[in-house]
Design a binder for this molecule. Structure first.
Ligand SMILES: O=C(O)CCC(=O)C(=O)O
Length: 285
């Protein structure tokens, strides 16, 4: 077996908290290759740059001199190294075992690079309202490609928030086209950094460590205060056995040139959502 053993205790921690840090999932050779792949994907067709303007709904000024938060979507469709990470590495097995699922199918991936000194925060949100997917076996594997320390924009999570009944609006600017998208009528999530007794958790990480969190776990991150290093990560998003498609334009639908030919209630399938892991029996039940 490639990669770490997922123990019953780890599955329980993931169930309880909605997030877990798993160490040494990706070796340094692959991390180096992924750093090169990130450069390629960030110069490709799906790259988007954000500076503080985006949070305020203004266009980004490329000449502002403000360090960016750089993102790109679906690198696996553009680059072999991403495809290998999502489909041919320990990552989908780790995702499936933590979700207690016999399968892990790629939903999409997202490149998340906070340049050195980037002040751009990621406001508190949970991911599933962005996505056309229902179910509990839905997760992200956030793969660190740099050391992550308290001053380099670690992602913080609200422990157990996947079990809260509330659902919050995707963090997109207000106004059109976003206001017409699914779930954009939900209330805005509170800024949990400002809530004194919020039960938050975060980790110092080494390159190759990963965070696995459910699609319903609230999370957010601050500025990358480090002037000497970027904070590069790839979030691989997976759906498991109980996930079902939801029709309608979601925020994520904007990342797909063609909408999937699926009906509400159908399992995700087809070339857009390739099967990355399948095991006849549950390893950890
Ligand atoms: O990388 C970050 O700072 C935020 C990550 C995030 O929001 C996500 O992976 O859903």
């Amino acid at each position: 077996m490639i990669g770490p053993v997922i123990s019953p205790e780890m599955v329980e921690e993931y169930d309880r908290n909605g997030v877990i840090c798993v160490r040494n999932v990706i070796d340094m050779e692959r991390v180096e290759r992924l750093r090169e792949a990130v450069k390629r994907v960030l110069s490709g067709p799906t790259a988007m740059d954000a500076d503080a303007a985006v949070e305020e709904g203004r266009p980004v000024d490329p000449n502002s001199g403000i360090a960016k938060f750089r993102q790109a979507m679906n690198g696996w469709q553009q680059d072999e190294e991403y495809r290998a990470l999502l489909i041919d590495s320990a990552v989908p097995r780790v995702a499936a075992e933590l979700m207690r699922s016999t399968s892990a199918r790629v939903l999409y991936d997202q490149t998340l690079v906070k340049e050195p000194g980037s002040p751009v925060p990621v406001s508190w949100h949970h991911d599933q309202p962005f996505w056309p997917v229902s179910g509990d076996q839905v997760c992200s594997v956030w793969v660190a490609l740099d050391e992550v320390t308290p001053d380099s924009a670690p992602v913080h999570y609200a422990r157990g928030s996947h079990l809260w009944p509330e659902r919050y609006r995707p963090t997109v600017p207000s106004g059109q086209p976003f206001d017409s998208l699914m779930n954009c009528d939900l209330p805005t999530a509170p800024d949990l950094f400002q809530v004194p007794d919020a039960d938050l958790v975060t980790w110092d990480m080494m390159p190759g460590d990963v965070l696995v969190f459910t699609g319903k776990t609230l999370h957010g991150s601050g500025a990358n205060l480090r002037k000497d290093r970027p904070r590069r990560a790839i979030a691989a998003r997976y759906v498991g056995d109980d996930a079902r498609f939801i029709e309608g334009m979601h925020v994520l639908s904007l990342a797909f040139p063609e909408q999937p030919a699926l009906k509400t209630g159908e399992p995700l399938s087809g070339d857009l959502f390739p099967l990355a892991w399948q095991n006849e029996e549950l390893k950890v039940s």
